[in-house]
Design a protein around this ligand. Structure first.
Ligand code: GLU
Length: 292
C-alpha cells in the first residue's frame, strides 16, 4: 500500500478565516493519524480575483498555525496545459460545447419560462441551470461566433454525458453531507445541469482543475468543507470521463458565525490575521475549532 495523501487547497482570493484553519488542521491531523502525506495546493485559476498577496498570507497564516507541508507547492495557474489536455479530450468526445449566452440572456430566458408557469430547475447551490439553447448550434455557427469574439464558456452537455455513463456513479464518504449522507453515496451530477468546465481565457473551471490535480498529485483522501459535498457528484462524473482514480471523500462541518451563517472571505471579522492581531494564539485557534 502506498501511503495516503491528503491536501488542503485554498484559493488566494481573500484572507483565511477560522473555517480554513479548521479544514487545514483537520487534514493534517487525519494525515498524521493515517501515517500519510500532507500537501498544500494553491487554487488560483481565477486570475482576476487571486493575488500574490493573498497567497503570501495563506503561507504566513498556515505557518503561524504550526503547519508544515511538502514543497514545491502546486499552483494551479502554472499548470493550465494539464487542464487544457483534459478539456481537449472532452471536446474531442463531443461532451462539451461553447456556451455563448450572457448572464442577462440567461436571466431573461428563465423569467420567460417561469412566467409560463414552468418551474426552472436549479442546482444544489440554488443557481438556475444553464438553458443550453446553444447546445444545438451547428459547428459552423459555433466557429463563426468564436471568430467574432463573442465570449463563451465550455459547458458539459449533461444529458449527452450521462447517456455515456454505463453504471451509476457513487463515492465513499467518511464524513457526511447536509442530510447526513455517509458511506456509499450515490452521485447525481444531473442535478447540476450543464456545468462550466472551462472559460474562454482559462482552460479550466474549479471542477476540472480539482479532479485533474487530485489525480496528478495522487491524492487518496479529499477532506474539505460540507459546502462542496454536492459538487463531488460532478467530480465523480469527470473522473469517470477522464479515467482518473477516485479518492475517498470526507466532508466536514463548517464553522459558523454567532448568527449561524457560514464564514466568508468577504467579511473580515474572523480572519486569522485579525485574530492574531487581537492576541489570539494558535493553541486558542485549535481550541476554537474543536481540534485542541
Ligand atoms: N479551492 C476550494 C476552496 O477554497 C477548495 C477545493 C477543494 O477542497 O476541493 O473552497
Amino acid at each position: 500500500m502506498t501511503s495516503p495523501v491528503f491536501r488542503f487547497a485554498p484559493s488566494p482570493n481573500g484572507e483565511l478565516h477560522l473555517g480554513h484553519a479548521y479544514s487545514a488542521l483537520f487534514n493534517r491531523r487525519l494525515a498524521d493519524e493515517a501515517g500519510g502525506r500532507f500537501l498544500l495546493r494553491i487554487e488560483d485559476i481565477d486570475t482576476t480575483r487571486c493575488t500574490p498577496q493573498f497567497e503570501q498570507s495563506i503561507f504566513r497564516d498556515l505557518k503561524w498555525l504550526g503547519l508544515e507541508w511538502e514543497t514545491p507547492v502546486r499552483r494551479q495557474s502554472e499548470h493550465f496545459a494539464d487542464y487544457r489536455e483534459a478539456l481537449d479530450r472532452l471536446i474531442d468526445a463531443g461532451l462539451v460545447y461553447p456556451a455563448f449566452m450572457s448572464r442577462g440572456e440567461v436571466r431573461a430566458r428563465i423569467v420567460e419560462m417561469e412566467a409560463s408557469g414552468r418551474p426552472w430547475p436549479r442546482d444544489p447551490d440554488g443557481a438556475p441551470h444553464y438553458p443550453g439553447d446553444d447546445r444545438h448550434l451547428a459547428g459552423r455557427q459555433r466557429r463563426q461566433r468564436i471568430a467574432e469574439g463573442i465570449p463563451f464558456a465550455w459547458r458539459l452537455d449533461m444529458a449527452r454525458t450521462l447517456a455515456h455513463i454505463r453504471a451509476p456513479l457513487a463515492w465513499s464518504e467518511a464524513g457526511s453531507g447536509p442530510q447526513g449522507e455517509t458511506g456509499a453515496v450515490p452521485a447525481d451530477p444531473g442535478a447540476w445541469g450543464d456545468v462550466v468546465i472551462a472559460r474562454k481565457e482559462v482552460p479550466a473551471s474549479y471542477h476540472l482543475s480539482v479532479v485533474v490535480d487530485d489525480a496528478l498529485q495522487g491524492i487518496t483522501h479529499v477532506v474539505r468543507g460540507r459546502d462542496l459535498f454536492h459538487a463531488t457528484a460532478v467530480h465523480r462524473l469527470l473522473q469517470e470521463l477522464l479515467g482518473l482514480p477516485v479518492p475517498l471523500y470526507h466532508h466536514h462541518g463548517l464553522i459558523l458565525d454567532e448568527d449561524g451563517r457560514k464564514l466568508s472571505k468577504s467579511r473580515g471579522d474572523t480572519t486569522l490575521a485579525a485574530l492574531r492581531a487581537a492576541g489570539i494564539t494558535p493553541a486558542d485557534i485549535a481550541r476554537m475549532v474543536g481540534l485542541a
